[in-house]
Write a protein that binds this ligand. Structure first.
Ligand code: 6GU
Length: 260
C-alpha cells in the first residue's frame, strides 16, 4: 500500500485519479490517495495563498505560512518523500518513477503562479527528502497536471496495478538490448485497412524475422524521433545487422563529444 497526499488550490484537477488503473488501485487498497485544499489552511477572510515577489518581477509567489501549516497537518509525525512540481526541477524520468514507486508515502505540493516561497523547500528539506521535479521543457500554469502525469507513471509500477504483468516489464525492466530504443509501430486486425497492409513479416509466423524487423523499426524510429538517444546507444549492444542499418542511414553512435 502506498499513501499519496496531494495539496493544491485546485483539488478538482485530480478527478481523473478516480478512474482506470489508478481508480481500480484505490478501490483495491493498493493506493491511498488523499486530496487537500490548500486554502483550508489560510486564516484570512479572503483565503489568500499568494503575494507579490520580493525583488520585483511579474506574477505572484505562494506564501510560506499557509504551506507550512498545511504540510505540518498533513504529515503529522510522519516523513513522506516530498515532491514539488516546477519547470525548474530535476527531470521526471522512468528511473525516478521507479524510485518513487518504492516509497511508502509521497506528498505532492502543487504550486501555482510563479511558484512557492523557496523557504518552504528549505524548511522541509531538513526533515524530509524534498525534490523539485519537472516533467519536461515547457511551462504549465501549475503543478496539478504534472502531478497527474507523475502519479500515473508511478501508479502503474506498483505491484498488482497493471493487468498484464508483462506490460511493465517492457519499459521498466527494459531487457538490456531495448533500453534507450523507442518502441516500433504496432498492428492488429484486419490485415488490410483502407488499402494499408500490415507488414508481411508480422504475419509470417517466423519469430526470428519478427524480432529482427522490430529491432530495425525501433532503431529507425529512435534515429528519426530521438537522435540524441540514438547517438547515446552503447556500440557494444549493437550486432552486425544493427551496424549495417545504421551505416545505411549514415548514423554514427558512440560517446558524445566532451565539452571544451
Ligand atoms: Cl512540474 N510544473 C509546471 N508548472 N510546469 C511544468 C512542469 C511542472 N514541468 C514542466 N513544465
Amino acid at each position: 500500500m502506498m499513501r499519496l497526499d496531494i495539496v493544491s488550490i485546485f483539488p478538482e484537477y485530480f478527478t481523473p485519479l478516480d478512474v482506470s488503473l489508478i481508480g481500480k488501485a484505490r478501490e483495491r487498497g493498493t493506493l491511498d490517495v488523499r486530496l487537500h485544499q490548500l486554502r483550508d489552511w489560510t486564516r484570512d477572510v479572503h483565503k489568500t495563498v499568494d503575494d507579490t515577489p520580493y525583488g520585483g518581477g511579474p506574477g505572484m509567489v505562494m506564501k510560506p505560512e499557509v504551506w507550512g501549516e498545511a504540510i505540518d497537518d498533513v504529515i503529522g509525525d510522519g516523513t513522506p518523500r516530498m515532491i514539488v512540481p516546477t519547470p525548474s526541477g530535476r527531470p521526471f524520468t522512468q528511473e525516478l518513477a521507479q524510485e518513487l514507486a518504492r516509497e511508502p508515502w509521497l506528498l505532492f505540493c502543487c504550486g501555482r503562479y510563479e511558484g512557492i516561497d523557496s523557504r518552504v523547500m528549505t524548511e522541509y528539506g531538513s526533515r524530509l527528502r524534498v525534490d523539485e521535479v519537472s516533467i519536461g521543457d515547457y511551462v504549465l500554469a501549475g503543478g496539478e497536471v504534472a502531478v497527474l502525469v507523475m502519479v500515473e507513471a508511478i501508479g502503474r509500477l506498483l505491484p498488482g496495478v497493471l493487468g498484464n504483468a508483462c506490460s511493465a516489464v517492457d519499459d521498466s525492466f527494459a531487457p538490456g538490448a531495448m533500453r534507450n530504443l523507442l518502441e516500433g509501430p504496432v498492428y492488429t486486425k484486419p490485415p488490410v485497412w483502407r488499402g494499408h497492409e500490415v507488414p508481411a513479416v508480422l504475419l509470417s509466423g517466423h519469430h526470428g524475422k519478427v524480432a529482427r524487423w522490430r529491432r530495425d523499426q525501433a532503431l529507425r524510429r529512435t534515429i528519426a524521433n530521438r537522435p540524441e538517444l540514438a547517438a547515446g546507444l552503447d556500440p557494444a549492444t549493437l550486432d552486425k545487422h544493427d551496424r549495417a542499418l545504421l551505416g545505411e542511414l549514415s548514423f554514427r553512435v558512440g560517446p558524445e563529444d566532451v565539452a571544451n
